[in-house]
Design a protein around this ligand. Structure first.
Ligand code: IPM
Ligand code: MN
Length: 361
């Protein structure tokens, strides 16, 4: 029987629809080639819908999403909507409600891509960040007291549960093993966050002992960002909390050449996962064909891998590598030497050429 997947497509705001269109083009090509089929179900969540109807993520949509194979997301964020509404009402709500407790963000320099780190090569910038994705300071627990007065107090709680920390660390151990990697670094701040990060340290040691093949390493977050710039080759897999993961993966995106190629996966290993380019909606580039779709295409490759379509995932990633190595001049919007849609075409072309070559062997 043919393998079939039902994919929710949330193209979203700004340049989201443009990059998702290219991703879907690549999906069509690779599904043809690898013999599976995809039913796409579009959802118009985002700033426009909110401005028209006041809705962010209705419960009815959420329950539909729970029945699908995966979600392919463009970007959420609209210049006319107050910051926070769409992020919390759509993106974070999806992560929390679907219990996507891992945010997986590979930091990988593709061949031919310029990095601001002098003399670093693709062999030296290749690690994965496993970011806890449903707790920490993102839990939204806190409040104000005497708001708006000189005596105002604002409290925002950093929530770290044993269950949440353990499943995140366990996932990171499993990933390290399954990707044939060797070292797992815990990124925290144990010298200051003596309660929360003591929990992370203890769980890291306990769970880590079950994986004797993985070497364990620790770095304070402030030192870690320094090493990310100076010697990125020391990292293999990094596991960290929600906020630190958010921050260090933006730095990661820069050292791998920019947001034009940085992709991420919000994973619930037993539920519905969501795949996205990690850059925002970039409204100033919307409609110009200037934005780079490679991040969305790499996110697609991660989705295929997650669905178990390993061959397809590999073909897409190889095609992206070929395009970065031989075609695009720069990853930056407007400087690629091609339009958004032409870059999508180049990936499809590279994929077909690669697939044809593999068939003839
Ligand atoms: C990300 C984004 C989000 C986050 C924002 C938009 C809420 O920066 O996916 O990294 O902080 O997680
Ligand atoms: Mn972020």
């Amino acid at each position: 029987m043919e393998r079939t997947y039902k994919i929710a497509v949330i193209a979203g705001d700004g340049t989201g629809p443009e990059v998702i269109r290219e991703g879907l083009k690549v999906l069509d090509a690779v599904s043809d080639r690898c013999g599976f089929s995809v039913e796409r179900i579009p959802y118009d969540l985002g700033g426009e819908r909110y401005l028209k109807t006041g809705e962010t993520l209705p419960d009815s949509v959420l329950s539909e999403l729970k029945r699908l194979s995966a979600i392919y997301l463009g970007a959420i964020g609209h210049p006319e909507v107050k910051p926070g509404i769409l992020e919390q009402g759509i993106l974070l709500k999806l992560r929390f409600e679907l219990d996507q407790y891992i945010n997986l963000r590979p930091v990988k320099l593709y061949p031919g891509v310029w990095t601001p780190l002098k003399d670093k090569t693709p062999e030296q910038i290749d690690f994965v960040v496993v970011r806890e994705n449903t707790e920490g300071l993102y839990a939204g627990i806190g409040g104000n007291f005497k708001k708006g007065t000189p005596d105002e107090v604002a409290v925002q709680m950093d929530v770290n549960t044993r269950k949440g920390v353990e499943r995140c660390i366990r996932y990171a151990c499993e990933l390290t093993r399954s990707q044939g990697r060797k070292k797992l670094t815990l990124c925290a701040k144990t010298n200051v966050l003596t309660y929360a990060h003591d929990l992370w340290t203890r769980v890291f040691e306990e769970v880590g002992k079950e994986y004797p093949d993985i070497s364990r390493d620790y770095s304070h977050v402030d030192a870690l960002v320094m090493w990310m710039v100076k010697s990125p080759e020391v990292f293999d897999v990094i596991v960290t909390n929600n906020l630190f993961g958010d921050i260090i993966t933006d730095l990661g995106a820069m050292i791998q050449g920019g947001l034009g190629i940085a992709a991420g996966a919000n994973i619930n290993p037993k539920g519905v996962s969501m795949f996205e380019p990690i850059g925002g909606s970039a409204p100033k580039y919307a409609g110009q064909g200037a934005i780079n779709p490679l991040a969305a295409i790499v996110a697609l490759s991660m989705m295929l891998d997650h669905l178990g379509e390993r061959e397809a995932a590999g073909l897409v990633e190889e095609a992206v590598k070929r395009v970065t190595a031989t075609k695009v001049k720069s990853l930056a919007a407007g400087k690629m030497g091609y339009t958004t849609s032409e870059v999508g075409d180049l990936v499809v072309e590279a994929l077909r050429a690669d697939a044809a070559q593999k068939t003839s062997l």
